[in-house]
Design a protein around this ligand. Structure first.
Ligand SMILES: Cc1cn([C@H]2C[C@H](O)[C@@H](COP(=O)(O)OP(=O)(O)O[C@H]3O[C@@H](C)C(=O)[C@@H](O)[C@H]3O)O2)c(=O)[nH]c1=O
Length: 177
């Protein structure tokens, strides 16, 4: 596995290193030893899947407040998505910065998202599916969100947002502290 720094402190792209032969390939997508050596979290308590009928579906931007903050490791397992993370850690050198990544089925890439980040994604094609590990149990009362088009961040989305939940369309403007 390769751990590629992003522009955001402590967030990484994880690249698998497939070994190919006439049958296809073998690749490690999770390795406790390699991830611990890279300083990453290795204990996860949920493995979630989400499927989206249509291109232009946006989910996010979500986080859980401390002490329920989550590390997430996100993979696109069908189609492709544009995945965006925002660093909301006030003590971070990259506080309030965001970065977007295209993830596609079969690209051998995962996005490692630290605690204290908001996370969301936009589907780039119909039928896109996402699979992700989370390090902390779902705690609905502790959920927070940033609206996808909040001017405080000015996130650049590559396709039009056409499907979004009422909850995600209504997150209030971010109050920077
Ligand atoms: C996230 C989650 C939701 N649910 C329920 C609540 C609700 O009835 C239904 C759908 O929930 P949501 O609308 O919040 O699902 P969704 O918008 O897909 O939420 C997810 O978005 C992405 C971007 C993330 O980063 C995830 O952490 C998670 O917040 O599933 C669970 O039971 N367990 C869970 O862990």
């Amino acid at each position: 596995m390769r751990f590629i720094p992003t522009t955001l402190q402590d967030a990484f792209l994880i690249e698998e290193e497939p070994r190919t032969d006439e049958r296809g390939y073998f690749a490690r997508s999770f390795c406790e030893t390699e991830m611990a050596d890279a300083g990453l979290k290795t204990r996860f308590v949920q493995h979630n899947n989400s499927f989206n009928h249509l291109k232009g579906t946006l989910r996010g931007m979500h986080y859980q407040h401390a002490p329920h903050a989550e590390v997430k490791v996100v993979t696109c397992i069908r189609g492709s998505i544009h995945d965006v993370i925002i660093d909301l850690r006030k003590d971070s050198s990259t506080y309030m910065k965001w970065e977007g990544f295209t993830l596609a089925a079969g690209d051998h890439r995962q996005l490692y998202i630290p605690e204290g980040f908001a996370h969301g994604y936009l589907t780039l094609e119909d039928g896109a599916a996402v699979s992700y590990l989370v390090s902390t149990a779902y705690a609905p009362g502790t959920e927070g969100g940033v609206r996808w088009n909040d001017p405080a961040f000015g996130i650049d989305w590559p396709v039009e947002v056409t499907v979004i939940s009422e909850k995600d369309a209504a997150w209030p403007d971010y109050a920077a502290g």
